[in-house]
Design a protein around this ligand. Structure first.
Ligand SMILES: Nc1ncnc2c1ncn2[C@@H]1O[C@H](COP(=O)(O)OP(=O)(O)OP(=O)(O)O)[C@@H](O)[C@H]1O
Ligand SMILES: [Mg+2]
Length: 251
């Protein structure tokens, strides 16, 4: 479980996270939605302290990490698999090397075990045929599937997905959504999906949080989310969600 209390983050005089309170429950998928630029990626980065925290508490598995040193945060980051917004694969490494990287870096895992695990995950994400390819030879959706395999390789307790479907065609996006759901079912990890793709949000989410003007302006289950009385969220949904989806999911 991850708990955030009064989390604040500004860049110079731009306040991005004003006062974030949010509980991310264990074993479920929490979706954070909000306008482009509202601070979704910053929120994930602050939790992992890839971006520094100005104020507030971030409690992960009961441990208050707010004052953790860089060294202590390294052990937290090992528990989290992150699918970055742009996939962030290493261009000079093959698919196999990219996926193996977290285990190779760990230094304690025998190479045949690493190989077995990498191939298992590439099989799971249907990228088994691309083990020796370089990222430059892959499409956007293929890169995301490799990045997902890498995020899962070290058996993380938590998986953070930053815009897992952005820039993909609807069919590829739907494949990624299915993978996120299957990952949840197969590995039981606690997941956070940050997205402005409402079809993806409604397909993968158990719990929904709306980030607006630096606060979590709404949090609830799908039905409450679609039938909420928060004016800003209603406005956001009207703009972002295809009506037929809202109808289908609101039932
Ligand atoms: N390192 C940084 N330095 C300065 N400003 C930053 C930095 N990182 C993010 N910002 C600013 O913080 C705000 C929130 O950015 P963020 O990337 O979190 O938005 P987002 O909600 O993820 O948007 P999108 O949906 O487009 O990915 C933006 O105005 C951005 O310019
Ligand atoms: Mg972002």
């Amino acid at each position: 479980m991850i708990e955030l209390y009064g989390v604040k983050k500004s860049f110079d005089d731009q306040i991005v996270l004003r006062d974030i309170g949010l509980t991310i429950p264990k074993g479920r998928t929490t979706v954070v939605v909000g306008q482009s630029g509202c601070g979704k990626s910053v929120l994930l980065r602050v939790i992992l302290r890839l971006t520094s925290l100005d104020d507030g508490k971030i409690i992960i598995n009961g441990m208050d990490t707010s004052e953790y040193s860089e060294h202590e945060m390294m052990s937290i980051r090992r528990k989290v698999g992150m699918l970055f917004q742009g996939s962030a694969l290493f261009d000079s490494m093959t698919v196999w090397e990219n996926v193996a990287y977290p285990l190779l870096e760990n230094g304690n895992v025998p190479i045949d075990e690493i190989d077995k695990r990498v191939l298992e995950l590439l099989d799971f994400t249907e990228m088994g045929d691309a083990v020796d390819k370089l990222p430059g030879a892959l499409s956007g959706g293929m890169k995301k599937r490799v990045a997902l395999a890498r995020a899962l390789v070290a058996n993380p307790d938590f998986i953070f997905y930053d815009e897992p479907t952005t820039g993909l065609d609807p069919i590829t996006a739907s494949k990624i959504n299915t993978l996120i759901r299957n990952t949840q079912e197969k590995y039981g990890a606690t997941s956070v999906v940050v997205t402005h793709d409402m079809v993806s949000a409604l397909t993968v989410g158990d719990l929904f949080a709306f980030l607006d003007a630096g606060i979590i302006a709404f949090v609830g289950e799908q039905n409450e989310f679609l039938n909420n009385d928060v004016a800003q969220l209603q406005k956001f949904l009207k703009k972002a969600a295809p009506d037929k989806y809202v109808e289908k999911f609101a039932k």
